[in-house]
Design a protein around this ligand. Structure first.
Ligand code: TYM
Length: 334
C-alpha cells in the first residue's frame, strides 16, 4: 500500500513500433485503473536489449514511448512513469531472484522458445532470464495487480511462483501479484492471420496496425483484413477474422459483441471493415494530437523523467534493502 492505495505495476518494451494490440490489450486498461491504484508504469528498456538494438534508435523510441504513456492520458503527477534503466534496483533484484529460479522453469517459457527461434544467432542469457527481470520489476514495488495482455500470463505465473518460493524461505517479503486481463482486447490478432497474435515484429506490415500509422493506412489495413466467405457478421470461433474485427470494434467503441452483431445484421463485410477502421482512428486521433504537442515540450518531459525516476527509485530501494537483509548481505554503514 502507498497512501492507502493498492499498487499496480506494468510496462512496455520500447522495441519496434507499438501496435493496436499494445494499446487495446494494455495501455487502454491502464487508463481505467489509474485512479484506483498507486501506479508504476515503466518503459522497460533493460528488457529491450535482449535483442540487439541500435543505441540511438533505442533512446529515441524509449522517449517516444514514455511520451506516449502521457499522451494516451496517464497523468505523470499521479502515475509514476519512468525508465527501468534509471532505477538500478530492477537489475539488482533480478540477480537475487535468478538464484531462486530454476532452469527447468525458464526452459518452459513459450516466449523464450519463440524468440530464440526468431533470433537464432543471438540466444543470449538475458533472453533466457528475461522472465526473472520481469518478476523483479513487479516484486520490487510490492505490486498487487499487473494489467497485461494474455501473452504475458505465463510470465505472471512464474513471477508468482518465484515470490511464493522466496516468501516460503524468508517469511512474507513480497506481495503476491494478481494479473489483470481486460474484458475486451486482451488478445488482438493479426489482420492477415487471425489465428496469430498481432505483433510488433510481424514481417507483413498489413498484419498489424501501428499506433503511429496515419488514418488512410489504418483504413486500408482494415479493408485488407483477412476474413472468410460466410458473408455474415457473427461473433464465433469459426470466423476468427470477423471475430477479431468485432473485438477491435468493441474495444474502440465500448460496445458489446451482441450490439455489434445487431448493428451490422444484413450489412456487408466492406461496410463493417470501414466502421472498424474509423473507430480505431477516432480512438487514436486524440493520442496523436497530444503526442505532437508533447514532443515540443522537452523541459516538461525531462522533469517528468527526473521526478518520477527518483520516486520509483525510492520505493524500489525500500524493497531491495529488505530483500538484501533477508538473504544475508551485510548492513550498510551510514
Ligand atoms: P510488450 O512490450 O511485448 O507488450 C506490452 C503490453 O501489450 C500487450 N500486448 C497485447 N495485448 C493484446 N493483444 C496483442 N496482440 C498484444 N500484444 C502485446 C502485452 O500483453 C503487454 O501487456 N515483457 C513485457 C513487458 C514487461 C512487463 C513487466 C509487463 C516487462 N516487465 C512487468 C508487465 C509487468 C513485454 O514485452 O510486453
Amino acid at each position: 500500500m502507498i497512501d492507502n492505495k493498492r499498487i499496480l505495476f506494468s510496462g512496455m518494451q520500447a522495441t519496434g513500433n507499438l501496435t493496436l494490440g499494445n494499446y487495446l490489450g494494455a495501455l487502454k486498461n491502464w487508463l481505467t485503473l489509474s485512479d484506483k491504484y498507486q501506479c508504476f508504469y515503466s518503459v522497460v528498456d533493460l528488457h529491450s536489449i535482449t535483442v540487439r538494438q541500435e543505441p540511438s534508435e533505442l533512446r529515441k523510441r524509449a522517449r517516444a514511448l514514455l511520451t506516449l504513456y502521457i499522451a494516451a492520458g496517464l497523468d505523470p503527477e499521479k502515475n509514476c512513469i519512468y525508465y527501468q534503466s534509471h532505477v538500478s534496483g530492477h537489475g539488482e533484484l533480478a540477480w537475487i531472484l535468478n538464484c531462486f529460479t530454476y532452469m527447468g522453469e525458464l526452459n518452459r517459457m513459450t516466449q523464450f522458445k519463440d524468440k530464440s527461434a526468431k533470433h537464432a544467432d543471438n540466444i543470449n542469457a538475458g533472453l533466457f532470464t528475461y522472465p526473472v527481470l520481469m518478476a523483479a520489476d513487479i516484486l520490487l514495488f510490492q505490486t498487487d495487480v499487473v494489467p497485461v495482455g494474455i501473452d504475458q500470463m505465463q510470465h505472471l505465473e512464474i513471477t508468482r511462483d518465484i515470490a511464493q518460493r522466496f516468501n516460503g524461505i524468508y517469511g512474507d517479503v513480497f506481495t503476491i501479484p494478481e494479473p489483470y486481463i481486460g474484458e475486451v482486447g486482451a488478445k488482438i490478432m493479426s489482420l492477415q492471420d487471425p489465428l496469430k497474435k498481432m505483433s510488433k515484429s510481424d514481417e507483413n506490415p498489413n498484419a498489424s496496425i501501428y499506433l503511429l500509422d496515419d488514418p488512410d493506412t489504418i483504413i486500408r489495413k482494415c479493408k485488407r483484413a483477412v476474413t472468410d466467405s460466410e458473408g455474415m457478421i457473427l461473433y464465433r470461433e469459426e470466423q476468427p477474422g470477423i471475430k477479431n474485427l468485432i473485438d477491435i470494434y468493441c474495444a474502440c467503441t465500448n460496445k458489446t459483441p451482441e450490439d455489434v452483431v445487431k448493428e451490422f445484421d444484413s450489412k456487408g463485410y466492406g461496410e463493417f471493415k470501414m466502421a472498424v477502421g474509423e473507430s480505431i482512428v477516432s480512438v487514436l486521433k486524440p493520442v496523436w494530437d497530444k503526442m505532437e504537442k508533447l514532443s515540443k515540450e522537452k523541459a516538461y518531459i525531462d522533469q517528468v523523467i527526473k521526478k518520477n525516476g527518483e520516486k520509483a527509485d525510492y520505493y524500489a530501494k525500500k524493497t531491495l534493502r529488505k530483500v538484501q537483509k533477508k538473504v544475508g548481505f551485510p548492513e550498510r554503514i551510514s
